[in-house]
Design a protein around this ligand. Sequence first.
Ligand code: ZN
Length: 135
Amino acid sequence: MRSSESRSRNMQAVRGKNTKPELVVRKAAHSLGLRFRLHRSDLLGRPDLTFPKWQTVLFVNGCFWHQHANCARSKLPKGNKEFWSTKLTRNVERDRRNYRLLEEQGWRVVVIWECDLHRSGAIGLLEKHFIRSSI
Ligand SMILES: [Zn+2]
């Protein structure tokens, strides 16, 4: 049986802040020696991680909530399709707008998708976006 403490931890995860995929990415960034800041509220969309040295903001996106294109995890639930499609379309439009404006402000925007995280691991993805891209 679950303790109420672990249940409230789950609720926190559901709300989207400090969710597990994000923690995994953070830990990996640490181990690669990348310096970052968290949830800068002065930036649009409060990027999960910001890497000042790399002029890069990074979002760790859940495939469903951010509607990862052509991804099995982004499939809409059978019931209430219209509700979900309106809600999630709004999320996607907001993401697009945020990314575009951040880029206009000179940031490089990196999105790490939940499913890629499962497939490739955080270290591999970060190396691709940071270490290898600088060579
Ligand atoms: Zn996905």
